[in-house]
Every structure is written in structure tokens, then in C-alpha cells.
Design a binder for this molecule. Structure first.
Ligand code: OAD
Length: 255
């Protein structure tokens, strides 16, 4: 075993021990957990999001300016999600939930729905879901699956224009979802942070919140390909692919 492998194995064992000693577990996931399923993450080095500027496709202003472009972008993302499957990292979190339920909450920034597809139940989707539409007129939210919706989809109830039910930049998170995420972060004794660069707030603020809101502070485990903004807060660092590391942690726990 190389020194790096030995260090990683030590952290896997520490993570397994910390989880085994926990009773209330919260998990915060980001795009990295779906990367091994084939969904690209957000922060590419060119600052573009699949060839688009973020302000053109993921802000209310962008939608007002060019709703057709926004729908083209989201229809492409919907079509991509329709072709992918959950990976071993999503599946590991399903097994963790079965082990800890009801003391388990999964908070995700992802809009791909893969946690539920994998079988996770107590899932808080902070940024919405690609399968859902929201009417700009009557505000009705509907699950439209992943069928293509065209460049100008209309509300089936009132005929007004639809938008994706996604939280865009400059928008508030849905308060009923956010409040539950805050409760879970404040109540947990262990927070597992998987595949997020931890730069988008308020989601990233759940990490210090879990630590600061009680004594003793929650143990923070980070699982990511690389160190992130959250690494300074992490007690245990699992650096590598989530789809490989999380199943290893569970194996150590005998779960
Ligand atoms: P990012 O794209 O910012 O970060 C993805 C993270 O996943 C990076 O830190 C990668 O190192 C890590 N990663 C990639 N592959 C991995 C793997 N196989 N195993 C473990 N880690 C891996 O995505 P988020 O942090 O989710 O918001 O971005 C947060 C929010 O910014 C998104 O929800 C979205 C975006 O703008 C909205 O759409 C509102």
C-alpha cells in the first residue's frame, strides 16, 4: 500500500467509527455525487455552464430576456438525466438512511432527482427538481417527468408560461424546505458533506451551522475529489471518488 492509500484507508476507518457512534446523521450533497452517473458538475474552469453564461440560463433576468433559451438548456439537462442511473454513492446513502432512520436527513443541492430514484426517502431538495415545472401565472407546481417540453411550454391548468421549478441565482430557497434543512443541521451529531464545492450559499452555511449550534459540535466528514472551501471545517476527509469511498465506509461499518 502506498502512503497515500494508507492515509485514505485510515480516514475511511475513522469515518466508519464516527458514523457508528452517531445517532442523528445529516448529509449534504452536491453535483459531485452525480458525476459518476454522467452528469457534469457546475464549476468548469472556463466559467461557463455547458457553453452558457450562468446569468443567461439560471437567473430570473435570463428567463425574462429569453425563456426559449432557458427551456432549451433545461430540456437538454432533463434529457441527460433521463439517460443516467444512480451510482454506488447514491446507493450507499440509501443504505445509511435504512441504518439510521428516523435519525437521518439527506439535504441535496442537486436537481437531478437521483437520490429519490436510488431509493432515499427523507430528501430535502434545496434547489428544486428538473422534473417539476412552475406556472408563472397560477404558480401551480407539477411533476412533468423528464419528457421533452419544447421551448415555450404552457400551464395545463391556466395556459400561462411555465418555468422550471428550480431555484435560480438571486432567488430565495423554498422556506419550508430550507427550514427543515436548518433543523436537521442543528440537530445532527454528524454531518457528511459529499461532492460539493461549498461555495454557494445559503446551502454551504449548513456546514458551520452544524458545528456551531451545539456542544459538542457535530462531527463533519467531507467526501470530495479535492479539498474545498469546507475542508477547513472537516474533522475527517475522504478524498477520492464518492462512488468508491462511501461503499468502503459502509463496508467497514458492516452496513
Ligand atoms: P460544483 O460543481 O460547484 O462542485 C462539485 C464538487 O464535486 C467539486 O468540489 C468536485 O471536486 C466534486 N466532485 C466531482 N466529482 C466527484 C466525485 N466523483 N466524488 C466526489 N466529489 C466529486 O457543484 P455544487 O457544489 O453542487 O445551484 O454547486 C452548488 C450549486 O451551484 C448547484 O446546486 C447549482 C450551482 O449553481 C443552482 O442551480 C441554484
Amino acid at each position: 500500500m502506498s502512503v497515500v492509500d494508507e492515509e485514505q484507508e485510515k480516514e475511511v476507518a475513522r469515518a466508519a467509527a464516527a458514523l457508528s457512534g452517531a445517532t442523528r446523521v445529516a448529509v449534504l450533497t452536491g453535483a459531485g455525487i452525480s458525476a459518476e452517473s454522467g452528469i457534469p458538475t457546475f464549476r468548469a474552469s472556463d466559467g461557463l455552464w455547458e457553453g452558457h453564461r450562468i446569468e443567461d440560463v439560471a437567473t430570473p433576468r435570463g428567463y425574462r430576456r429569453n425563456p426559449g433559451l432557458v427551456w432549451k438548456f433545461y430540456n437538454a439537462r432533463r434529457a441527460n438525466v433521463a439517460t443516467v442511473k444512480p451510482n454506488p454513492a447514491h446507493e450507499a446513502l440509501v443504505r445509511l438512511e435504512k441504518h439510521f432512520a428516523p435519525g437521518f436527513t439527506l439535504i441535496t443541492q442537486n436537481v437531478d432527482g437521483l437520490h429519490r430514484t436510488a431509493g432515499s426517502r427523507n430528501v430535502l431538495e434545496l434547489h428544486g427538481n428538473l422534473a417539476r415545472t412552475r406556472c408563472t401565472g397560477c404558480q401551480e407546481i407539477r411533476n412533468r417527468g423528464l419528457e421533452p417540453l419544447g421551448d415555450d411550454p404552457r400551464c395545463l391548468t391556466c395556459g400561462e408560461a411555465l418555468r422550471p421549478d428550480i431555484v435560480w441565482f438571486e432567488e430565495q430557497l423554498p422556506p419550508h424546505v430550507w427550514d427543515k434543512a436548518v433543523d436537521a443541521a442543528m440537530a445532527c451529531d454528524l454531518l457528511l458533506v459529499v461532492g460539493t464545492s461549498a461555495v454557494v450559499f445559503p446551502a454551504a452555511g449548513l456546514i458551520p451551522l452544524a458545528q456551531e449550534s451545539k456542544t459538542p459540535p457535530a462531527t463533519i466528514i467531507e467526501c470530495n475529489l479535492t479539498q474545498t472551501n469546507a475542508s477547513g471545517l472537516a474533522d475527517i476527509g475522504l478524498y477520492g471518488r464518492a462512488g468508491e469511498l462511501l461503499p468502503r465506509v459502509l463496508k467497514h461499518m458492516g452496513v
